[in-house]
Write a protein that binds this ligand. Structure first.
Ligand SMILES: *[C@@H]1O[C@H](CO)[C@@H](O)[C@H](O)[C@H]1NC(C)=O
Ligand SMILES: *[C@@H]1O[C@H](CO)[C@@H](O)[C@H](O)[C@H]1NC(C)=O
Ligand SMILES: *[C@@H]1O[C@H](CO)[C@@H](O)[C@H](O)[C@H]1NC(C)=O
Length: 487
């Protein structure tokens, strides 16, 4: 294996290094790259997608080795994430923090060429629905990781942040009334003190979509950026969109703890394309384009005129069909690209391309699908639909989905195919007691796409190279061992 890695390192240097293209150094718009999908495009394909779209900043939710290796020498700035589940261990042990930084940061920066700029310590750890379970870990975990960074000589380069949900603060009425939740006042003061002395931004996730989705009386046009018939008047300030109103509510909350000047980055913001009546392609495009134009205009908000957020990370790069649908079916449809890196709608990211460019060289499985066998009784097949949909993603069949309304047989076929592709086209997974049938004709109907899965790649960036070179190497090693054995 050691031999393999040495040879590989050399071969990689020869064959896998891509030409370094220009990336705007301070491109404000980045993306979140989540990986909760059973059809994961190989990380190098996704990194090429980022580069083709000139996306210079990416936010991750963990520190996946395959993803990080693929980002090496890409010129893309990276935020890695400590998951909430890791907080307690790191908070309680400086050694655990050292190990995390060694394994997930130090190893990749410097000569390894991954430009890690931020570590997110937890993901929305103060979310009300967590009922305070991570509250006491966040600051101790930050303290320990910061010390590890100092020891690793990285503290000047890698900054800690804590992405917060907007439910960390509230306002009884208007943005100027914004305050942090009472139980968070002390933690937020400690956090803001750290951020301010280390030149790191306060990171907040803002979702006007959820405000609209959760409140039937929320004025729809206030969620977008095209002006509102229901502006919010706050003394001398008038708000025409929910994003600005929310942003200034945070500024007010920060001002009240003495940090009204802290830079703010948007950790997540976006609009889903399916899974709710207000989630569709037109709305997603209007929201994201409106947001980007607003950020690029440097117009700012009433409380921070003329200044844009430090960075804005769109949620999300890709659809993730393994996400929990507890919040709603839309959870699996936040991508500006589908799971396989195909643009869902035209979007100008403001980074140089007028529209999104699609992923190339996606290693699809063969063009075949699993559908309901027409010779069989549909009623019996529908029992299998439920089982298939418990495992695979069928959210698009429901109200607000692109495949809603394809009929009963369509529903069954879609469910069967979804499961079959999730099982990497294993023939047995299309049996369904004889109710399933493999077909080579694309059963997609109009906008309803029957997917073809992606080849299972180990998440390692070297895997595609390794498959070829290590294969050859293994044959040589085997021959060598045989010769030694017979000698
Ligand atoms: C590094 O990050 C990975 C992925 O997020 C995690 O599984 C692993 O436990 C981390 N390493 C350490 C030493 O904590
Ligand atoms: C798409 O969503 C927008 C915003 O919520 C809504 O106004 C519009 O009616 C929806 N369009 C369709 C075709 O459902
Ligand atoms: C197809 O499935 C969806 C989701 O369960 C349902 O709303 C729709 O009525 C089904 N169509 C038929 C014809 O059964």
């Amino acid at each position: 294996m050691a031999a393999c890695s040495t040879v590989l390192a050399f071969l990689l240097a020869l064959s896998c290094v891509r030409e370094r293209r220009f990336l705007a150094a301070n491109a404000a718009v980045g993306v979140n790259w989540g990986t909760l999908s059973s059809h994961r495009a190989p990380p190098p394909v996704v990194v090429d997608l980022l580069r083709a779209n000139r996306i210079g900043k990416v936010k991750l939710f963990d520190a996946d080795p395959g993803v990080l290796s693929a980002l090496a020498r890409s010129g893309i700035q990276v935020m890695v994430g400590v998951t909430n589940g890791e907080l307690a261990g790191i908070a309680g042990s400086p050694a655990a923090a050292d190990a995390w930084v060694a394994q997930n940061v130090s190893r990749y920066v410097g000569r390894a060429g991954v430009d890690i700029r931020y570590i997110a310590v937890g993901n929305e750890p103060f979310l009300t629905s967590y009922q305070g379970q991570f509250l006491s870990y966040v600051i101790p975990a930050m303290t320990n990781i910061q010390q590890s960074l100092v020891k690793a000589n990285l503290a000047n380069y890698v900054k800690l942040v804590v992405p917060c949900n907007a439910d960390a603060y509230q306002s009884a009425s208007v943005p100027s009334q914004g305050v942090f939740r009472t139980e968070l006042t002390q933690i937020m003061t400690q956090l803001a003190t750290y951020l301010s002395s280390n030149g790191a931004p306060f990171v907040v996730n803002i979702y006007p979509f959820l405000s609209l989705y959760q409140n039937s009386d929320f004025p729809e046009d206030y969620a977008f950026f095209e002006g509102s018939t229901h502006p919010l008047v706050d003394g001398p300030n008038v708000y025409y969109n929910a994003f600005d109103g929310n942003f200034d509510t945070l500024i007010s909350a920060l001002s009240k703890i003495g940090f009204g000047q802290l830079p703010i980055a948007i950790g997540e913001v976006g609009w889903p394309t399916e899974g709710a009546s207000s989630a569709n392609l037109t709305a997603a495009r209007a929201f994201n384009q409106g947001l980007i134009s607003r950020v690029m205009s440097n117009k700012g908000t009433p409380l921070r005129p003329g200044v844009s957020p430090a960075d804005v990370y769109l949620f999300s790069l890709l659809d993730e069909e393994q996400k929990s649908v507890l919040p709603g079916n839309f959870e699996r449809h936040w991508g500006i690209f589908s799971f396989d890196g195909q643009a869902k709608y035209p979007l100008n990211l403001g980074l140089g391309n007028p529209v999104l460019k699609n992923a190339k060289e996606v290693p699809y499985l063969p063009s075949r699908w699993c559908v309901a066998n027409p010779a069989q009784d549909l009623d019996k097949a529908s029992n299998h639909l439920k089982l298939a949909c418990d495992m695979a993603d069928c959210t698009t069949l429901y109200h607000g989905g692109l495949c809603n309304g394809i009929g009963e047989k369509g529903n069954i076929s879609f469910a069967f195919n979804s499961y079959y592709q999730m099982q990497k086209q294993d023939a047995k997974s299309c049996d369904f007691d004889g109710h399933g049938m493999i077909t080579y004709l694309d059963p997609s109907m109009g906008e309803c796409r029957f997917l073809v899965g992606i080849e299972d790649s180990s998440s390692s960036a070297v895997s595609s190279c390794c498959r070829v070179f290590c294969g050859v190497l293994a044959v040589w090693v085997l021959m060598y061992l045989r010769m030694m054995g017979s000698a």
